[in-house]
Design a binder for this molecule. Sequence first.
Ligand code: AKG
Ligand code: FE2
Length: 374
Amino acid sequence: MPAPVLDLVPQLPPATRERLESAGIDLSNGYPSWPERPTDLKLAASVRAGAREHKDPGLRADPSKKNLFGAAKQVINLSQHLGTEIVGLQLSQLNDAQKDELALLIAERTVVFFRDQDLTPQAQRDLGAYFGEVEVHPSAPQVPGLPGVSIIWDRLTGTNDNGFRNPFGTQDWHTDLTHEKQPPGITHLHNDTIPEVGGDTYWASGYSAYDKLSPAFRNIIDGLSAVYRSAHSYPNPDDPNGERIPIERTHPLVRIHPVTGWKSLFANRKYTLRIVGLEPAESKAILDYLFDLYERTLDIQVRFKWSPRTSALWDNRVSIHAAVYDYEGKAPRHGTRVSSLAEIPYFDAKAPSRRTALGLDKPEDFEPKKPRVY
Ligand SMILES: O=C(O)CCC(=O)C(=O)O
Ligand SMILES: [Fe+2]
């Protein structure tokens, strides 16, 4: 299939163009570039089907994080359960000890922010490569000359029908690339251009969603597997002109983060299709409950207001996220992103939840809730 032609150089926001050009990105063949697309589903599914060794840098970190925190001007926790902003550090200048500690911090706090970054797309890719093998999407738009640096920009839909009634797709709560055999751990989005008003992003904690469940309910979902579907679809090799179909993969519904050792819910409404082994109605009832809990429980979420040249690094193993499309494409918002593939998701019945590991459980957390009396 030929790569779509969509030359958007003239539409690049000025700050974005300046960032790309001063980093030596060649825009003479257009922007973005599209990878050689797989011709069919089998090829797309095989792109990263092999087993990769993943050694998480967070496992090497000094638990006190003294190298990272000692060099920062300020460390601000944005909510109890997730979200930390680090002030006064440049991501492009971190040493290895600081990168290891950052990987640990992201594992613990789910999403970490750095404002006022001077970050080339090349430096962003190098940092991603430190965290794990950089994901090169088989069919998503990328920065020319830099496979693995993909682009978040609503102009890339190639259609103009996104708006108030039809938000950009990233507004749906989701986790990235859950259909991969080794889905991403850390994803790093650097937004070089941000509207003056709007364009915030939400994250919700999978650790805390799991912690919200009663022990009896945890027993029901612990050890179950679910099927995860890809966002992109591909022609079936046996029927190249027929309907395009997505990739499907099975993973545990509750997974363990290899660095923290904590259990996390691993479900998202956009891509988790069904629980293996259950009747369709049972699967739907349980998944709908889990999605609702995850998406609607405000105390396990953080909403972040960006400023230009800000980086967010989040852990896709233990979170869902959603981008608010209230600027409706009227003001430019442009970012580059790099995802680092991690381990094959796994479950361990003996692993603790986050609250248990941190000693935060209270006896009443384990009693059935009493009905509220007003
Ligand atoms: O635009 C955003 O804030 C987030 C978009 C998103 O879903 C992603 O980068 O994976
Ligand atoms: Fe996403």
